[in-house]
Ligand binder design. Sequence first.
Ligand SMILES: [Fe+2]
Length: 334
Amino acid sequence: MAISNTSASKVDVVQPAKTRQTTTTILKRRQLSPPRVMTGNERRWINPNKGVLKVLERNMDIVASRFLYPHFSAMWNPYSWLLEKRFALAETSLSPQGWPAKLDPLKVLLVSDIHCGTFLKPEALARIINALMQLEPDLVAIGGDIVTGHSREVNGFLDALAPLSGTSLGAWYCHGNHDYFGGDPEDIRRDLKSIGITTLKNDSVRLIHGNGDFVLGGIDDRILGTPNWERMLAQHGTPHLLLAHNPDFFYRAESSGVPLTLSGHTHGGQIRFPHSAPILRQSRFCLDEGNYAYRSSLLVVSRGLGSVGLPWRWGADPEAVLIEILPPGSTKAE
Ligand SMILES: [Fe+2]
């Protein structure tokens, strides 16, 4: 890895090679729709990023994940079963304006909202991650919320997560709101660093890929973190690729000239009626899942891999997103 750092589609089924876990995971694959063009005026009536409802939801999450389900999970905790049955790989090909023209095609694996903790078994996560790494991405982007209710939850999952850093350009993390629910986020950064995953907290790096280079940035969580755009932008200029847990940073990123932002946070609603809008909407700006475009900027929002509140998803199956990024003018991109 070369780094310069101063501070409803057709579904195919792929059977990957056997992993060290001895069992295999079937990856369902689907293509994301082309980017939905946003006007910038889409707004939800209730702001999900702050207010009484947000505080209520956060406390319900903490009570359920830290105090209720650890006792209840022996009787009913089906999430790891659901994950292996319903996990799918979403795929997309994008050619962002402002992307370095001479950069070789870049294959990015976006894995977000893993939510280590009570609902997830390390063995189930390991099987999914080993299957994903068979795709041989150039870079892994982990879009925040790696824990559910406490920073120590990542500790028992490090062996499962370690293969993510086995790429030519490494694995990079940005903080999500759940990273601040309990304990110290520094523990998360240290634990991830021990397996080769680097957190970008208002930081950026310049990465060399083939005959060119690009800037990767990561901004702290919008709700509970301390995002500092000035600091991030000052290091290597505007990132070409930005990790931002909350997709509602999309318009801020666009105003800074970021060509492509990768987000999670919404879980695609996590529980939704088939072919309908999410019931619980986490994006003020209606950026629920998939590809979006605003002016010259693009956004990918992943449903994520894990679950919060309930050990279940309905209508928004867990996923990771494989993004092929091509230079502007390439005919293969959407
Ligand atoms: Fe999440």
